[in-house]
Design a protein around this ligand. Structure first.
Ligand code: NAD
Length: 454
């Protein structure tokens, strides 16, 4: 079994052998300047450790042999590229870009591309592996992949982000393709970044919208894709709520990370009548026991305001967000933010994992002992890849569905995944996370066996 030891040292002190010195210094300066992540706020256990632990636990239960574990744990292909770019300070900054194709037994590789100073090859490996299990749990015909560039995209001019996006696509396009590997947005990459990547790929291969998903509507993006991950989380919660004695209209919730996933989850929860009582982003946290208006907060941020300056809530230290009493806590920022240093402080009934790998194994154990019901990332945040799948299907046919059709189809898939995983959990007397990994791994192993890979 994987080691569950985790510590809470500052992330900025980790070694980064694959980053340029300038990029390491930038990452450290960013952690210093923004306090993100702060010591004790995010655990030092890596995303790779987290996914490996859950993978191993499920393999133990399935009785998967050691040789097959190697096949299904190790990525199929890993590509690292150099992205040098001259920034307004006059210096050439060298970033590393990664595309990792984890497992393609069930279909073309599929996964987002993250731009963040803390990206490293292990993080991308972890996220790629998680995609393999996630697409299998959702039952969409894809394998798992992930990409990333360790650049501080949040602080760069759009013109420089565009250069990085195009350069990255130029360097990895040989292993991508609409029937090989299809990219998508993730942290700090959005529809605009996908448009640049599609355009760059098109220069070499002709117009190929199906090469990336999460594109703008004007460029064959799908209605409903932008909201899909947050909406999918809410579909899962609605499915679970009656069994937990919760009614969405009377639910209070807290959101950690108010970007794409967090803000959409919050706005859709609010549509159901639920009340947001705390929220954070990289700038800090606010709370409001009478309710923070999710729509007004979103507009405030879109107009360039800082979350901490929003008038509808009172500021509190970011690390205190975790202990706000609520029914549902929605982590929607980075990995490892719920760890053994803060899990015991949580005062929620449900954790709805919008982020990838937000909960370390030690925290998971503490929360289980506190009877907190966790709807894990590997199923809860699959809505993004499900609607990416719809976008790809539409692109291959140059056809378009309306938003209601997309949302209805998303709901059908998310509800089915919840029922399949929760009935497996009941049958085996295990939690949802372990059951989801079991279901995902079984499906991938079966596909690999049927193809004759193993
Ligand atoms: P995003 O860049 O749109 O938003 C990230 C948010 O997290 C921002 O508001 C940022 O300020 C905040 N943040 C960063 N550090 C923080 C900290 N220390 N404390 C609190 N907030 C912090 O990214 P996103 O696309 O919303 O992705 C969020 C998470 O969801 C990631 O883990 C991502 O892998 C996962 N995810 C995203 C999708 C998708 O479709 N976008 C799909 C599945 C999973």
């Amino acid at each position: 079994m994987a080691n569950t030891e985790t510590s809470t040292d500052a992330v900025g002190e980790r070694e980064h052998p694959d980053k340029s010195q300038l990029a390491v210094e930038e990452a450290q300066a960013e952690a210093e300047a923004t306090g993100t992540p702060k010591p004790g706020q995010r655990a030092e256990v890596s995303n790779l450790d987290i996914v490996h632990f859950y993978f191993n636990a499920a393999c133990d239960r399935l009785g998967l042999s050691d040789d097959l574990r190697v096949v299904f744990w190790a990525p199929y292909r890993e590509v690292t590229v150099q992205i040098p770019i001259r920034l307004p300070d006059g210096k050439v900054h060298v970033y590393s870009g990664y595309r990792i194709q984890h497992n393609g037994a069930r279909g073309p590789y599929k996964g987002g591309i993250r731009f963040h100073p803390e990206v490293d090859i292990d993080e991308v490996r972890a996220l790629a592996s998680l995609m393999t299990w996630k697409t299998a749990v959702a039952g969409v015909p894809y394998g798992g992949a992930k990409g990333g560039v360790n650049c501080p995209a949040g602080r760069l001019d759009p013109v420089d982000v565009q250069k990085i996006a195009r350069s990255f696509m130029d360097k990895v396009e040989k292993i991508l393709g609409p029937t090989r590997d299809i990219a998508a947005p993730d942290v700090n990459t959005n529809a605009q970044v996908m448009a640049w990547m599609m355009d760059e790929y098109g220069k070499l291969h002709g117009h190929t919208p199906a090469i990336v998903t999460g594109k703008p509507i004007a460029l064959e993006g799908s209605y409903g894709r932008e909201a899909a991950t947050g909406r999918g989380c809410v579909y899962m919660f609605r499915e679970a709520a009656p069994h937990l004695g919760l009614s969405p209209a009377d639910t209070t919730f807290v959101v950690q990370g108010y970007g794409n996933v967090g803000s959409w989850a919050a706005r859709i929860m609010q549509q159901l009548g639920a009340k947001m009582v705390g929220v954070s982003d990289a700038s800090g946290a606010i709370r409001g026991d009478a309710g923070i208006d999710a729509n007004a907060l979103h507009d405030h941020i879109v107009q360039g305001g800082r979350l901490t300056e929003f008038e509808g809530g009172e500021q509190l230290p970011a690390s205190d967000l975790i202990s706000i009493p609520c029914d549902v806590f929605i982590p929607a920022a980075l990995g490892g933010m719920i760890h053994e240093g803060n899990a015991a402080d949580m005062q929620c009934k449900v954790i709805l994992e919008g982020a990838n790998s937000p909960t370390t194994p030690m925290a998971d154990q503490i929360l289980r002992e506190k009877d907190v019901y966790i709807i894990p990332d590997v199923m809860a945040n699959a809505g993004g890849v499900v609607v990416s799948y719809f976008e790809w299907v539409q692109n291959l046919q140059h056809f378009r569905w309306d938003e209601r059709e997309v949302n209805d189809k998303l709901g059908t898939i998310m509800r089915r995944a919840y029922r399949e995983v929760s009935s497996r959990a009941r049958e085996e007397g295990i939690d949802l996370r372990e059951a989801a990994y079991l279901v995902g791994i079984e499906r991938v192993v079966e596909a690999a066996r049927t193809r004759g890979y193993v």
